[in-house]
Ligand binder design. Structure first.
Ligand code: ZN
Length: 134
């Protein structure tokens, strides 16, 4: 079902500040910054090898990323695993009784179709399933 680690989502207070480290110190490059209004978030992608880092900045004090940072501070917020067919993956997980946050895929950044598995089912990590065209 799982093809690879698609990306690792990192909650930050400020993409502009965080990219100074990831670009200026680590030499990575932000290829794209996109706003996803449905999730009240601004997203910056930094590809590396076969996967990416995804910096997430809240655009709303009530958004999920703002709440995450308020509770836990900045840091890794989720890990995204690539699947070929997200509907089929969700159906399989549902059949196996896995607790899901999203039973249906929703639109993610970069044109992806995404769905979250509940951290209670994954031993503590918020896992995003991610289907992309490329
Ligand atoms: Zn993500």
């Amino acid at each position: 079902m799982i093809k690879k680690i698609d990306h690792i989502g990192i909650a930050v207070k400020s993409i502009e500040k965080a990219r100074k480290f990831y670009e200026g110190v680590l030499g990575m490059n932000v290829t794209e910054i996109e706003e996803v209004p449905e999730q009240k978030v601004k997203v910056a992608f930094l590809p590396t090898g076969d996967s990416e880092l995804e910096l997430l900045e809240s655009t709303d004090p009530d958004g999920p990323i703002a709440k995450f940072i308020a509770a836990k501070g900045e840091g890794i917020q989720h890990i995204a695993l690539r699947v070929d067919d997200i509907e089929q993956a969700l159906a399989e997980l549902k059949e196996k009784g896995v607790r899901l946050i999203d039973e249906k895929p929703r639109r993610g950044a970069g044109g992806a179709r995404i769905a979250f598995i509940h951290p209670k089912a994954t031993f503590g990590t918020l896992v995003e399933l991610c289907e992309r065209d490329d």
